[in-house]
Design a protein around this ligand. Structure first.
Ligand code: 5IU
Length: 252
């Protein structure tokens, strides 16, 4: 019987970028493909969450520009925990401008994303050149956004195919967000994950981790509110970790 998907070990061989390989190593070591999206506006609550769930995740996704009391002591502390508990920091910045502006947004301003993030998300609306000459550190990777999880997303098949092609050609890209199977040389990240919700009232759509792996060929699930709004984030993180891992194993 032919395998339905390739394993993380096989995928690691096809990924050239060190941070892509590192993410897979963490996933295999901790048996988790769960990335938690900490969409919280206070550092205290982010750190509280991280202390509860750090052992269960391979990555923590942030929107640093929503944090009211952002500081470097917060980043340094988070970085320390991420090293102790072995997970990566993803900044979901969704850069979308021309290369020179993207570069300024990565390196400067209050957040100096390139000084701490392991991975940053980018839109390719401005074309392939928009992610050239960004001068990011060699151990920092990009995730392109080919296709969002929301209702009414504007990307069509042609756009998605073009983003995937550019992603494959740029060595700084470790993977993409899409709602479909992609080339084995890209890691596939799937936001919009919930055990039982199908949608929320502001346009996001949700699928179960099983669907993410079975139907979309996902490599990593991204879970936000289902975990951080729950009464017991630690327990929920373990449930999503376990569901994501089993869903992966079932596809082998
Ligand atoms: N996010 C999506 N869909 C996408 C992309 C990013 O929901 O296509 I690209 C973000 C938005 C939020 C997180 O930060 O992922 C999902 O959080 P919830 O699980 O709470 O919906």
């Amino acid at each position: 019987i032919q395998n339905k998907r390739i394993s993380y070990e096989e995928k690691k061989e096809k990924i050239s970028h060190p941070i892509g390989k590192k993410l897979i190593d963490i996933t295999l070591k901790k048996k988790t493909n769960l990335i938690v999206s900490a969409d919280l506006i206070d550092t205290k609550n982010i750190l509280k969450l991280v202390n509860l769930i750090g052992d269960r995740i391979c990555g923590l996704k942030l929107h640093v520009d929503i944090i009211n009391d952002f500081s470097y002591s917060f980043i340094n502390y988070l970085k320390k925990i991420s090293e102790e508990k072995n997970f990566l920091l993803l900044e979901d910045r969704k850069l979308g401008d021309v290369s020179s502006t993207n570069s300024l947004q990565l390196h400067y301003g209050i957040h100096k994303i390139s000084s701490w993030a392991d991975i940053v998300t980018v839109h390719l609306l401005a074309g392939s050149m928009s992610i050239q000459n960004l001068n990011i550190p060699s151990n920092m990777g990009l995730i392109t956004i080919s296709e969002m999880s929301s209702y009414g997303k504007l990307s069509n098949d042609n756009y998605i195919r073009k983003v995937l092609n550019i992603s494959l050609k740029n060595p700084e890209v470790i993977g993409t967000v899409a709602q479909r199977k992609v080339d084995d040389r890209l890691l596939l990240f799937t936001p919009g994950i919930h055990f039982y919700k199908k949608e929320n009232n502001v346009g996001n759509r949700y699928i179960h981790p099983i669907q993410a792996f079975k139907e979309k060929g996902s490599d990593f699930i991204i879970v936000g509110k289902a975990i951080f709004l729950s009464e017991n984030p630690k327990m929920m993180a373990e449930e999503y970790r376990n569901a994501g891992w089993k869903a992966y194993e079932n596809e082998l």
